[in-house]
Design a protein around this ligand. Structure first.
Ligand code: SF4
Length: 300
């Protein structure tokens, strides 16, 4: 089993966001000098940035990364110690009943789906790879519940293999704000980053973007006033920042790429309503009862 030296998590707070919908997009301007400067600033700011999911080996990181979908590393780290103490490897986990695993991962959300994926993944590891985590992208993404992001996390963190760039919610948001992509689809964002970064920075750049997103470039209120990337950031919200002179943000690039909408044709005027014909008047009820049926009132 491959051992990883990363076990403890960072001490600073983090933040997560939901993904946005795919927007119409144009390719971002390629500026190797700017992205190199961004990488330098990130490296100076977060020199020790690494994966913050607690794990001791590739199997544990694979499970933890599956559980981290739509959740936070911090929360997953509260769940996994008990899980790995009980089922320490793929062989042990593969024999577990889903109903037994579900309560253990309940706190991470989507617990039924995650329990199902983790068990199927463990069984596939046993059946296809002798219980070991494979160190190839094509083998990893063939496992149930494992997509490129998870595979990149495991390959980069546990094997030191840069097959791609980890694109999570933070990398998505920061790549857009920094003008490195105009896409929201993780696969397209990964392609943009791979095209602009030297391969030996694929792992570290993503880790540093994730740390920056958790500690400075928050989803709702980015702390631009204390961000070292602000002079290079098209989305910086600081006094005196010349947004017009900065590289296009994804939103601006997408707007510029979209042809102007033709004006909507005026709606034809509705024909005037014809007045409803008046209802025929009801015949008046007789107010005087026939004399023969009338009762007399009072004492006789
Ligand atoms: S300047 Fe603001 S928006 Fe740009 S990376 Fe820094 S915190 Fe994020």
């Amino acid at each position: 089993m491959i051992a990883c030296d990363r076990f403890t998590m960072g001490k600073l707070p983090r933040n997560t966001t939901r993904r946005q919908g795919e927007a119409a997009a144009a390719a971002p301007p390629r500026d190797p000098a700017r992205i190199a400067r961004l990488a330098e600033l990130l490296a100076a700011t977060w020199p020790d940035a690494t994966c913050e999911l607690d794990h001791r080996n590739a199997f544990e990181l694979l499970v933890a990364t599956i559980l981290a979908a739509q959740s936070t590393d911090k929360l997953v780290n509260t769940v996994t110690p008990a899980l790995f103490a009980r089922w320490p490897d793929a062989t042990a986990l593969a024999a577990v009943d889903q109903a037994e695993l579900e309560p253990m991962v309940h706190a991470t959300g989507f617990f039924r789906m995650k329990a199902k994926h983790v068990l199927a993944m463990a069984r596939a590891l046993v059946e296809r790879h002798g219980g070991e985590v494979p160190a190839r992208m094509e083998d990893l993404v063939a496992l149930p519940g494992v997509a490129r992001k998870t595979a990149n996390v495991v390959l980069g963190t546990c094997f030191g293999i840069a097959d791609g760039v980890v694109v999570d919610t933070h990398v998505t948001r920061l790549s857009q704000r920094l003008g490195l992509t105009v896409h929201t689809d993780p696969v397209k964002i990964e392609q943009d980053l791979m095209a602009q970064l030297p391969r030996d920075q694929w792992i570290s750049f993503a880790n540093r973007l994730i740390w920056h997103g958790r500690r400075t470039c928050f989803a709702r209120a980015p702390a631009c006033d204390r961000c070292p990337l602000a002079p290079l950031c098209p989305a910086a919200q600081v006094p005196g920042h010349d947004a017009a002179a900065a590289p296009a943000t994804p939103a601006r690039a997408a707007r510029a790429a979209k042809p102007a909408k033709p004006p909507k044709p005026a709606k034809p005027a509705k024909p005037a309503k014809t007045p409803k014909p008046a209802k025929p008047a009801k015949p008046a009820k007789p107010t005087v009862k026939p004399a023969g049926g009338a009762k007399k009132r009072g004492k006789s």
